[in-house]
Design a protein. Sequence first.
Length: 70
Amino acid sequence: MGILKAEAIRKEYNIPWGDISSATSALTTGSPVVVLDNDTHFKYIVEIVKELKKNIEIVRISHLNKLLAK
């Protein structure tokens, strides 16, 4: 979690600790992270994660609703 936050600070991205924590949990467990549709912080998190040569799957609420409606 510290690495993600440190990289965010270095890049001057103001990413809240809650988003960093959610991303870290998803990376640790290998499961997707579900985020609100209007959450813009995760585009920065994805960028940082790619630079660290890792992969994270983001699922937005609207996408989840479409999947559940089927």
